[in-house]
Design a protein around this ligand. Sequence first.
Ligand SMILES: [Zn+2]
Length: 259
Amino acid sequence: MSVEVFKLIDTHAHLDEVEDLDRAIEEAKQVGLVTVIAVGQDYESNLKILDISEKHDGFVYPALGLHPWSLGNMDASKVDLTLQLIEDNIEKAVGIGEIGLDYDKRVIAAADKERQKEAFKTVLELARRYDKPVSVHARYSWKDSFDLVKESGVKRAVFHWYTGFSSVLREIIAEGYFISATPATEYHDEHRRAVRETPLENLLLETDCPVTYGRETKYQARPADIVRSLRAVAQLKGAEEQTIAHQTTHNAVAFFGLT
Ligand SMILES: [Zn+2]
């Protein structure tokens, strides 16, 4: 029995952290991935993402970012340097990400809410000015993250691996923004609820690799695990895998302006 292969796009992957990347990319192509959006998080990872995208030109596309987790390790001048790097390479970038706010108490201890918001606003302004879509990390900060994105005037935003309130999700959808489904759609209650409540027109697929997933059996994700996201979304929505693949890939192409 052959497995049907669909054209898929992983819209959020930390390829700079994936081991044996060449092999991971080969596997990804075998399961039907046609594009991977590689997201950066700080100065060094943005440089690596640019490098990887050049090497895998036409398959990997870079998004450049400034992650709230990275802020705690950066002084003001490093933040400025990172913002400058993003702007200098903005024409190569298909998006700005990973950016956002994280209100987990350990993250706040390293970079408080005000500092996170200041950096987020600055990078959102960059995205607005160059009309780039943004990939947003909004853990425990769903409402603030949404409000800042909306206030910034950014037109295209994806709240990646969304697990927040349904009330904020309704605002995200009403604004024409997106959420993306990870392999956690197989088992994570809040994420499953969000995916269920999001129309297919507002949904993208991703892996957030090399994140570790699973309840009993844990595994470290690679881009090829996009098929887990696909199957889980199809099951949850009671739809054909082909329908989900077609619509989410169509969404991703439009969202990132891929041709
Ligand atoms: Zn991520």
